[in-house]
Design a protein around this ligand. Structure first.
Ligand code: UT7
Length: 335
């Protein structure tokens, strides 16, 4: 399905899929390792448990399973997929994990690459894919968010280890010349505040030969200033969504679902309050999965589609936010 077709003006959201590992790590389990409690974690974050990848699992395997389910929902012939973007910060191959998903799917005609923007990654990837479709360059895309933060969490740091889990989600997007279900979007980065949330390289040194030094590979654990990230989220997310709604002449009443990156229940509630969106419209699955980084948005989207909460033509205001610091929002119509 190659070739420029200038008649393609918009995108349509055709399918969703998700996958979570079987291993469950409860708050009680964590309280055996660090000084915390189920009560503290639940009341401060809304999280009860999270999934942890098994030793045989990785980002591309989880992403593959999610992508396959999304494709099954569409009935697309695999060969007609043009583009696969994998949003991840924890690739199992630093040269890119998307190609191994392409290989597992047998999507031989698709170009496949990774995109990293932490918890905003899936949203940035879905917007990026949509641009290829809207220009007419490509017709069909799979966008995946898959992350395995459990490998990089400092399991002795009670301020951060309580938050994160593993999982994957995916959506199938198609170009159309009839309408545009990506109603609008906005994306932001503030590198000055990047120091609040990092998964940095270790910067160990080695000598190659004589006086030639190099840094060796490897990454440190996640470091996070929780309070600063919290303040950033409750300030920037309502602003970016509010501006997006206004720019597209929508109001909160026109929004059927508020679908935010699942970071903290208190962040969801605060953003909902500021936007005047009632609690019944705020999607949340934090309790079961915690923060799965790039996977949260497609994971909860897929859950809501499959249990018939999100229906054809529902309007969804969605926002991803996190390390970078980066944040973004999109207003979409499902279907
Ligand atoms: O995708 C983006 C990823 N990151 C985020 O979304 C993080 C956003 N931030 C948050 O969600 C919250 O800041 C946290 C849940 C991480 C922390 O909640 P908080 O209400 O901001 O707690 P705090 O850091 O202000 O700490 C309050 C108290 C401190 O004790 P003192 O100094 O008041 O005696 C902490 O030492 O709670 C203590 N504390 C804990 N106690 C029990 C911190 N972590 C824990 C814990 N269990 N796990």
């Amino acid at each position: 399905m190659e070739g420029i077709n200038l008649n393609q003006i918009g995108v349509s959201f055709k399918g969703s899929g998700s996958y979570v590992p079987n291993q469950i790590l409860t708050n009680h389990d964590i309280s055996e390792k660090v000084d915390t409690s189920d009560e503290w974690i639940k009341s401060r974050t809304g999280i009860s448990q999270r999934r942890i990848s098994g030793l045989e699992e990785d980002v591309s395997q989880m992403g593959y399973k999610a992508a396959l389910k999304a494709i099954k929902m569409t009935n697309w012939d695999i060969e007609t997929i043009d583009l696969i973007i994998l949003a991840t910060s924890t690739p199992n191959d630093l040269f890119g994990s998307a190609p191994s998903i392409q290989e597992k799917l047998g999507a031989n005609n698709a170009v496949a690459f990774d995109l990293t923007a932490a918890c905003s990654g899936f949203l940035f990837a879905a917007i990026t894919a949509s641009q290829f479709l809207k220009t007419g360059s490509y017709k069909r895309a799979i966008v995946i968010g898959s992350d395995q933060l459990s490998s990089y969490v400092d399991w002795n740091d009670r301020r951060s280890c309580i938050l994160f889990g593993d999982g994957a989600g995916a959506i199938a997007i198609e170009a159309t010349n009839e309408f545009d279900n990506l109603i609008g979007f906005d994306m932001r980065t503030d590198g000055q505040r990047g120091c609040f949330l990092n998964l940095s390289s270790q910067n160990n040194q080695d000598v190659i030969v004589n006086n030639i030094n190099c840094s060796t590979g490897g990454f440190s654990s996640i470091t996070m200033n929780g309070q600063e990230v919290y303040k950033f989220a409750v300030r920037e997310v309502p602003l970016i969504i509010d501006n997006l709604l206004k720019k597209n002449k929508y109001s909160s009443e026109n929004v059927d679902w508020l679908l935010l990156h699942q970071a903290n229940k208190r962040i969801l509630d605060s953003v909902g309050d500021r936007l005047n969106i009632s609690k019944g419209k705020i999607l949340s699955n934090l309790s079961n999965y915690g923060n799965t980084s790039a996977a949260t948005i497609p994971l909860i989207l897929d859950e809501a589609v499959r249990n018939n909460k999100i229906k054809q033509n529902d309007v969804i205001a969605t926002s991803g936010f996190g390390a970078g610091l980066s944040w973004g929002a999109a207003l979409i119509r499902w279907g």
